[in-house]
Design a protein around this ligand. Structure first.
Ligand code: ATP
Length: 241
């Protein structure tokens, strides 16, 4: 299988504070990879490096064989917190259209293809009925589905999500991950999560990040591993599906 993301000896510091040290890591086409680790372990920083929003001080990163900055339209990104005010007067449809800005070559008006892509993305997430609603009138779970649609609308090859279910309840968490499982049939997915027990039911591999990075197949994840990773006992939560 092709490697779609590759990091070689990547180190990164904000000023003098080292956050990532000598990370060697690759993601294969079609993988569904979970990234877990303690707070401030460097998870969001790793995603920003892959997205080309930050540059490593040492080492090399390639995305689909090129520099991350050359592949931005190939990655759909769902950030940790929505980067806009919830009371901004914009509809669901307009929000999802924003995801076409990088993909469409036309400046100015959106094309028919842009509108069609929005319809398809909303349809895929069963959210067509929300299209004309202002985003201020969405629940947390609905907003997360819309942000996922916005990330999909540029027809990326890779989907990256930074704690997509941090502020929603378990039923909706299951709903989002069921959509991700379906999307993984055609996309490579990286998802940051705090809930290693929950994601291990969905992902094929887990990368544990605490300045350095160690990968595990999901069948190798047990209480001891979680304790070693976080440095304290973490209760495994049972999830019914
Ligand atoms: N822009 C910044 N400038 C300086 N330090 C930063 C910046 N962004 C993050 N950091 C620091 O880098 C470290 C790693 O942060 P990062 O957000 O990557 O961790 P994380 O694993 O995503 O954390 P969390 O699980 O709490 O979201 C933290 O100590 C954080 O305070």
């Amino acid at each position: 299988m092709n490697k779609v993301i590759e990091l070689e000896k990547v180190s990164f510091s904000y000023g003098l504070v080292p956050v990532l040290q000598a990370i060697d890591f690759s993601v294969k086409e079609g993988e569904f990879l979970g990234i877990v680790g303690p707070n401030a372990g460097g998870k969001s920083t790793l995603l920003k490096l892959i997205l080309g929003l930050l540059k490593p001080q040492t080492g090399n990163i390639t995305v689909l064989g090129k520099k991350p900055t050359q592949q931005r339209t190939q990655i759909g990104y769902v950030p940790q917190y929505p980067g806009f005010a919830r009371d901004f007067p914009i509809t669901v449809k307009q929000t999802v259209l924003l995801g076409r800005l990088g993909a469409s070559r036309m400046l100015g008006r959106y094309t028919e293809a842009d509108h069609l892509a929005v319809q398809q993305a909303l349809g895929e997430l069963e959210a067509q009925d929300l299209a004309e609603r202002p985003i201020s009138a969405l629940s947390g779970g609905q907003l997360q589905r819309i942000l996922l649609a916005r990330a999909l609308v540029s027809e990326p090859k890779i989907l990256i999500l930074d704690e997509p279910t941090a502020n929603i309840d378990m039923r909706l968490e299951t709903d989002i991950f069921t959509h991700l499982r379906e999307l993984n049939k055609r996309l490579t997915i990286l998802v940051v999560s705090h809930d290693v027990a929950f994601i291990s039911d969905y992902v094929s591999r887990v990368a544990c990040l605490n300045r350095t990075l160690v990968c595990h197949q999901t069948d190798a994840i047990d209480g001891k591993l979680i304790q070693d990773l976080y440095g304290e006992p973490v209760r495994r939560v049972a999830h019914a599906h």
